[in-house]
Design a protein around this ligand. Structure first.
Ligand code: NAP
Ligand code: MG
Length: 486
């Protein structure tokens, strides 16, 4: 396996100040292919000393490197070239992502990598268009604002969409003129490290993007606490989000937090059933349920419930599970053994609390961290599987009577990341969308994203927005300048 990797990933090392480097401690860890349980390669395990080295390099690049003096449009040209290079390397990057994460090669080739390329190009276009304002003040003065970069941004990413979550943070941070230290998830570090190399090949000056793989509780925590880091952009669990808020408070970090979810997917009896069945299936089984916006609570209106469940089960039975490198595969393995164990523990809890297992609920024989796509019916909103984020292919089906009933149940969650509504009644669709507590609502579709669309959570799903103009501005700060004219 190892020999198929490019030499710079054998072993994979830290990328700091434009150079590959070992961890100061010399420590390494092994990244594993979850479909085969085999080692892919060794990876340097960065610690606090390496984070400090990377942050110092990023600060130098910000203060005195070419990056800070470059016209903004030139930064945009470099970002555009990074997008082009990602696209040119789609086959290699998609394969790396699939090996490391277990997502299907179809998804990494058609979704993750092209969307990462698009994200760089989208923000490339913004680089030269970040304007301040002229403010009409009372004094005889000229007052204007500058939208300035924050400085060094720390990006901490999860393992479910490794290159895409890196792109969502790195591209807007760089477009706004910041420099970045990225700490990818230990389970899936390879595409982030390759991205650093690609960015350097595209002309990004040394120190502007540094990637330090390592443990969250060590390298991640060091990044959060580093006094020279101005902002942390984090995607991951709500639990770690809380820890980042606490630790970040010592140095008053600016934060954007994209956290967990337990998204309601609501099917009214007047829905287009074919579309809703596909939407419900993709909503939960896409990326084997390892999606923060997974439609893990499926609310079905009583009159449609039985027929819908039959259709859902039939559709689920068609999903081919297996080798994620096979283009026909629709469901790969969970990312790790621990993640599989967590998913199976939730299945047991669902059964113990009285939900009815319709299908799945077990691991298939053989190697790889697979879990069969699982549907529970007869779920009540107070059951654990309806309240906690499982982050696996487990769907909780809940019946409802009417709009008031379903809105109360759907909003009864600490999370508020996404939601969906399926109905042919346009009024009901928009009314429900307004009343759902969520950062994104899909109507008669599920799981659409665009680099131009602001994405993020409400309640304990986090705050701040990624992507779009709003996502860009999260990487800037405003300065007011006064000029006496009297
Ligand atoms: P996680 O455990 O929160 O980890 C996310 C990242 O934070 C990893 O790089 C992790 O490092 C690092 N980390 C862990 N502890 C840390 C600490 N104390 N200080 C600083 N960094 C730390 O989440 P995950 O298990 O990777 O991903 C699954 C979770 O992410 C789910 O709950 C899901 O809902 C959420 N998620 C949310 C979104 C969104 O946009 N809202 C998107 C994707 C995923 P290591 O793991 O390498 O140790
Ligand atoms: Mg791995």
């Amino acid at each position: 396996m190892t020999t198929e990797l490019r030499p710079t990933l054998r072993p994979a090392r830290l990328f700091i100040d434009g150079q590959w480097t070992d961890a100061a401690s010399g420590a390494t860890f092994t990244t594993v292919n979850p479909a085969t349980e085999e080692a892919i390669t060794e990876v340097a395990e960065g610690g606090a000393a390496d984070i400090d080295r990377a942050v110092q390099a990023a600060r130098r690049a910000f203060d005195s490197g070419p990056w800070g003096r470059m016209p903004a449009s030139e930064r945009g040209r470099i970002l555009w070239r990074i997008g082009d290079r990602i696209e040119a390397e789609v086959a290699e990057l998609a394969r790396l992502e699939t090996l490391d994460q277990g997502k299907t090669i179809t998804d990494s080739t058609k979704v993750d990598v092209p969307m990462a390329a698009d994200c760089f190009r989208y923000f490339a276009g913004w680089a030269g268009k970040i304007d301040g304002e002229t403010i009409a003040v009372r004094a005889p003065c000229l007052n204007y604002t500058l939208r300035e970069p924050i400085g060094v941004v720390g990006a901490i990413t999860p393992w479910n969409f490794p290159i895409l979550m890196a792109a969502w943070k790195v591209a807007p941070a760089l477009a706004a003129g910041n420099t970045v230290v990225l700490k990818p998830a230990q389970l899936t570090p390879l595409t982030a490290l390759r991205l650093a190399e690609i960015a350097a090949e595209a002309g990004l000056p040394p120190g502007v993007l540094n990637v330090v793989s390592g443990r969250g509780t060590v390298a991640g925590a060091a990044l959060v606490q580093h006094p020279l880091v101005g902002k942390i952009a984090f995607t991951g669990s709500t639990e770690v989000g809380r820890d980042i808020m606490r630790r970040g408070s010592d140095t008053l970090k600016r934060l954007t937090l994209e956290l967990g979810g337990k998204s309601p997917n609501i099917v009214f009896a007047d829905a287009d059933v074919d579309m809703a069945v596909r939407g419900a299936t993709n909503g939960i089984f896409y990326n084997k349920g390892e999606v923060c916006t997974a439609g893990s609570r499926l609310f079905v209106e009583e009159a449609l419930h039985d027929a819908f469940l039959d259709r859902l089960q039939a559709q689920t039975a068609k999903l081919q599970q297996g080798d994620p490198l096979d283009p026909k595969t629709r469901l790969g393995p969970q990312v790790s053994e621990a993640q599989r164990a967590q998913v199976l523990a939730y299945v047991e809890k669902g059964k113990a609390e009285g939900a009815r297992l319709v299908c799945g609920g077990e691991r298939p024989p053989g190697r790889g961290y697979f879990v069969r796509p699982t549907i529970f019916d007869g779920v009540r909103s107070d059951m654990t599987i309806a309240r906690e984020e499982i982050f696996g292919p487990v769907l909780a089906v809940i019946r409802f009577k009417d709009v008031a009933d379903v809105l109360a149940a759907a909003n009864d969650s600490i999370y508020g990341l996404a939601a969906a509504v399926w109905t042919r009644d346009i009024k009901k669709a928009h009314q429900t969308a307004r009343r759902l507590q969520a950062g994104t609502v899909w109507i008669n579709t599920y799981g659409l994203y665009d680099s131009a669309m602001p994405f993020g959570g409400t309640k304990q799903s986090g705050y701040g927005r990624e992507l779009g103009r709003q996502g860009l501005l999260e990487y800037t700060q405003t300065k007011s300048v006064w000029v006496d004219l009297a």
